[in-house]
Design a protein around this ligand. Sequence first.
Ligand SMILES: Nc1ncnc2c1ncn2[C@@H]1O[C@H](COP(=O)(O)OP(=O)(O)OP(=O)(O)O)[C@@H](O)[C@H]1O
Ligand SMILES: Cc1ncsc1CCO
Ligand SMILES: [Mg+2]
Length: 261
Amino acid sequence: MTYAALLDQLRRESPLVHCITNYVAMNFAANVLLAAGASPAMVHAPEEAGEFARIAGAVTINIGTLSSHWLEGMRAAAEAANESGKPWVLDPVAHFATTFRSKAVEELLALRPTVIRGNASEIMALAGNASSGRGVDSGDSVERAEASATSLAQRTRAVVAITGEVDFVTDGRDALRIAGGSALMPKVTAMGCALTCLIGGFVAVAPASPLIATASALACFGVAGSQAAQQAAGPGSFAWRFIDALAALDGNTLQAQVMPA
Ligand SMILES: Nc1ncnc2c1ncn2[C@@H]1O[C@H](COP(=O)(O)OP(=O)(O)OP(=O)(O)O)[C@@H](O)[C@H]1O
Ligand SMILES: Cc1ncsc1CCO
Ligand SMILES: [Mg+2]
């Protein structure tokens, strides 16, 4: 299965991706999924999140703007995904910052996510190691967090992705690095959150290959990010150029971004 074939499949099948993401990311993430070829739905109410998860191809859960009410919706969606055999992706935004967040993430981890995606500080803290994260931004390098990702993947049996200058993804045994992107990406809010939603799109079409599916989403961001940066005057024009680049992405460019770690 090539990365190009997976992108083709995503565009052909346009999977319904049930996203529970934060208020900051909702609009951008939905546009990223549409540009890539998937069909996003932002649904978080506890009254309907479980029911919706059952009709989606995958669920993504991001705790960026958490409240008790939202957490109830997240629980319902993750449980329904598990019961109906759907993959789900966890984005533990700034989970180390408060007791409420860390307890919520502990609870969600117990529901066995298929993929966990975070920045280096988030993944180091999730593996129980010291990190220099402050709020939603990373204070650590991806390289420093790689061992944490491997131990977290082995403990949770999830695929774990760390994003940053060069991304790292592992299932606890095999590991890949994904190059590309741009230094403008951490200057645009919710880039990582949107990527988590796109991972949901890829695992929806390849639920049996979460490592390759996750690497495909990371490679899409790597290529579209490098292309958008070539013409961007700053973070504002980068953001819309990035959406355009994703929509025009040539699947044959993805393979060159990925190397074995
Ligand atoms: N310095 C960099 N150079 C190239 N690409 C980068 C750089 N920093 C981040 N990226 C890319 O930006 C995307 C988002 O990753 P990042 O680690 O910034 O997420 P995040 O911190 O969770 O973001 P957010 O919480 O704002 O959504 C990924 O595709 C990553 O590869
Ligand atoms: C800025 C911000 N605050 C909570 S979530 C979020 C989006 C980036 O993670
Ligand atoms: Mg983040």
